[in-house]
Design a protein around this ligand. Structure first.
Ligand code: CA
Length: 236
């Protein structure tokens, strides 16, 4: 087994923390816990976690402010927002302020550990060297190439820093060129979300952030295009 990974749980509902701690430790993770936003921010700085599970409504400082502060400090630790199913705006806002992913309460532990593992794997992926990873990347379209071994995306030979969510969406669309997917299709097929509802708006956020990173002119994209009223597709 790899060296033990540390998950910081920032959540004020003690029973949820207890369930998370029990299950994550059973999965082989080390955990540390914070029950309010200020303590969460402090522990994010001092405990050097490999990933943070971050509730939104927290005493002293809300989860969004914790995440925003960390990003402003240049801290790129993967953050998964824990949100209630009915709080659709939380998911959209969470992704917009730099969270990597979200999961809705109540969640299954299997779903949660799958998202945790995917997000940790990605951030821990130490590129052998950007140059050799770029050289062995597969061209997909235009200046874009993807190295699926190192999970890296390159634009004109330079690494594009993507979140796990953005990487998954791009590689899915690029592997089905010119096929249009609805937002519901993408939620189900890219991220295996069983319940979709109004969460489809998070697809739009992820597409917008992806375009800002891979497109020369995000307002006039050439890679990920919109088929109005239908969905998105990767154009080649
Ligand atoms: Ca809470």
């Amino acid at each position: 087994m790899n060296s033990q990974k540390t998950i910081l749980i920032v959540e004020d509902e003690k029973n949820i923390v207890d369930i998370l701690r029990f299950n994550l430790q059973r999965e082989g993770f080390r955990t540390c816990e914070a029950y309010d936003g200020e303590d969460g921010l402090n522990k994010a700085r001092t405990e050097n976690p490999d990933l943070i599970l971050l509730d939104v409504m927290l005493p002293k400082m809300i989860g969004f402010d914790v995440c925003k502060t960390l990003r402003a400090e240049g801290n790129n630790v993967p953050v998964i927002i824990l949100t209630a199913r009915e709080e659709e705006s939380d998911k959209v806002l969470g992704l917009e302020i730099g969270a990597d992913d979200y999961i809705t309460k109540p969640f299954s532990m299997r779903e949660l550990t799958a998202r945790i593992s995917a997000n940790i794997r990605r951030s821990g992926m130490a590129a052998p060297s950007a140059a050799s990873a770029a050289a062995s990347a597969m061209p997909v379209a235009g200046e874009l190439s993807i190295n699926t071994d190192s999970h890296q995306v390159f634009r004109g030979g330079a690494v594009v820093e993507l979140t796990q969510r953005e990487y998954e969406l791009l590689t899915f669309l690029a592997s089905h060129p010119n096929k249009v997917y609805s937002r519901v299709d993408l939620m189900e097929q890219v991220w295996n979300y069983g319940y979709v509802g109004s969460d489809v708006r998070t697809v739009d956020v992820t597409v917008r952030r992806l375009r800002e990173k891979i497109e020369a002119d995000p307002a006039n994209p050439v890679y990920i295009l919109t088929r109005r009223g239908v969905g998105y597709y990767f154009s080649v």
